[in-house]
Design a binder for this molecule. Structure first.
Ligand code: NAD
Length: 492
């Protein structure tokens, strides 16, 4: 098993603890790599390196165009290594190789997009209302960014932070999830190969309380870019408040996938399946609540069951597999707990509802694709994020009812609407309280389109031109051009 190292100040080093922990392949339930167990001392070194790099001539003195070119070079390296990186991710987090391959082939576009944006960040000349003064603005990088990422799409979610942060001129300390750190080391090697100056990207691995905690509290971290659960997000937000730091939070969801009776039913059935069973439901944008127009509810359920029953489970590295294992043992147990809770609350289990014991699932942490009908919006299963292949089906009467149920959640990450009516599509997309609304499609994301949550699903936006401003701050510069000092005792 490979014993990995931390990337601090351009060097691969052992953790100060001289301790490592196992990263486990969720399909075999066997360890396959050793991940450094960093601690506060390593956090301090990594932040110091990032701070020094931020002020270094090698980085600060680099033109925005040259910085952009470095990002584009990195994009090319990722494109060349996409297959290897995807295989590492699939082995480490159990998501389908087909899904990770798709992500890895797409990730270079983020670095190209933000690489292109790096030298198009302009200030403004303000036609100021005071005579004899010239006023303009500058957009400046905020400083050292702590990027903290979860296990479900490790490199993709890191890219959403690293690409705009580097384009803005920030430096990074990245802490990947303890459950899926291995691909970060491979990414780190490519940052070196691309020629990023030492200390611009640092990678430290370990546990949330041992590494994440000291990182978010470090006084030299200017911005925290976090993706993870809402409870951890709350903690991160408190640390940001204590340190008056910039913060972006991408948190969980309980997204509604809403099907009207005028939808193309077969397309909507596929959309609901892709919303909850793709990625084994381990996606923040999972359409975990299917809201179905009452006149078509029963027919829709039958069609959905027919399609969901055909889902092939098994080895995520095999091309035919459609549903892989749950990534972590605690998450596997959490999903099974929620299934028990739903049954106890009186929801009707129409499919699955158990650990998967099919021979093709081996020793992995598999849960059968699970569908509950008779779900009442007040049940826990309809309100809490399961983060697994568990769908709650809820009937609704009309648009007003659908809006009420869909918005009756503390979350607001995404929503899907299935209808042939343009009026309905526009009305629903306006009234749904979610950062992303898809109409007649689901689970589409792009580097060009802003992504983020309403309510407890988060703060700030990733992707699109908006995201780079999350890593910049505006300075207003005033220059006297009149040469005659006004009355010094009053405000100019
Ligand atoms: P998590 O909150 O448990 O962990 C996320 C990261 O935070 C990990 O790197 C972890 O080590 C770190 N962490 C944990 N405790 C910490 C602490 N006290 N201080 C600092 N860092 C700490 O989340 P997870 O279980 O890895 O991921 C699943 C969650 O992520 C789900 O809720 C999911 O919805 C959410 N998610 C959101 C998005 C989005 O873009 N909105 C995308 C993917 C996943």
């Amino acid at each position: 098993m490979q014993k990995h190292k931390l990337l601090i100040n351009g060097a691969w080093v052992d953790p100060s603890t001289h301790a490592w922990f196992e990263s486990v392949n969720p399909f075999t339930a066997q360890p396959w790599a050793m991940v450094p167990r960093a601690a506060k001392e390593d956090v301090d070194k990594a932040v110091a390196a990032a701070k020094a790099a931020f002020y270094s001539p090698a980085w600060r003195g680099m033109t925005a165009s040259a910085r952009g070119a470095l990002l584009v070079k990195f994009a090319d390296l990722v494109a060349q290594e996409a297959e290897r990186l995807a295989t590492i991710e699939s082995t480490d987090n159990g998501k389908l190789l087909a899904e990770m391959r798709g992500q890895l082939n797409y990730i270079p576009q983020w670095f190209r997009y933000y690489g292109g944006l790096a030298d198009k960040i302009e200030g403004r000349v303000i036609p100021i209302d005071k005579p004899g003064v010239f006023n303009f603005t500058r957009e400046e990088p905020v400083g050292v960014v702590a990027a903290i990422t979860p296990w479900n799409s490790p490199l993709m979610l890191a890219t959403w932070k690293l690409a705009p942060a580097l384009a803005a001129g920030c430096t990074i300390v990245w802490k990947p999830s303890e459950y899926s750190s291995v691909s970060a080391f491979a990414f780190g090697e490519l940052f070196e190969k691309a020629g990023f100056p030492p200390g611009v990207v640092n990678i430290i691995t370990g546990f949330g309380n041992e590494v994440g905690g000291p990182l978010i509290d470090h006084p030299d971290v200017a911005k925290i870019a976090f993706t993870g659960g809402d409870k951890t997000g709350e903690h991160v937000y408190q640390a940001a408040a204590r340190g008056i730091k910039h913060v972006t939070l991408e948190l969980g969801g309980k997204s509604a996938n809403i099907v009207f009776d005028d939808a193309t039913m077969d397309e909507a059935v596929k959309g609901v399946v892709s919303g909850i069973f793709a990625a084994t439901g381990q996606t923040c944008i999972a359409g975990s609540r299917a809201l179905i127009h009452r006149p078509i509810h029963d027919q829709f359920v039958e069609k959905l069951l027919t399609l969901a029953k055909t889902a092939k489970m098994g080895n995520p590295l095999e091309a035919a597999t459609q549903v892989g294992p749950v990534t972590t043992r605690p998450q596997y147990e959490k999903v099974l707990d929620y299934i028990r809770i739903a049954k106890d609350e009186g929801a009707v289990c129409r499919l699955g509802g158990n650990p998967a014991t099919r021979p093709e699932c081996g020793a992995g942490w598999f849960v059968e694709p699970t569908i509950f009908t008779g779900v009442n919006p007040a049940m826990r299963i309809a309100n809490e994020e399961v983060f697994g292949p568990v769908l709650s089906m809820i009937p609704f009467d009309d648009e007003e009812d659908a809006i009420r149920i869909a918005n009756d959640t503390v979350f607001g990450l995404a929503a899907g609407v299935w209808t042939q009516s343009i009026r309905r599509a526009l009305t629903m997309s306006e009234r749904l309280e979610a950062g992303t609304v898809w109409v007649n499609t689901y689970r589409a994301v792009s580097y060009m389109s802003p992504f983020g949550g309403y309510k407890r699903s988060g703060i700030g936006r990733e992707n699109g031109a908006e995201a780079i401003y999350e890593y910049l701050q505006t300075k207003s510069v005033w220059i006297d051009i009149a040469g005659n000092a006004p009355n010094p005792f009053v405000m100019r």
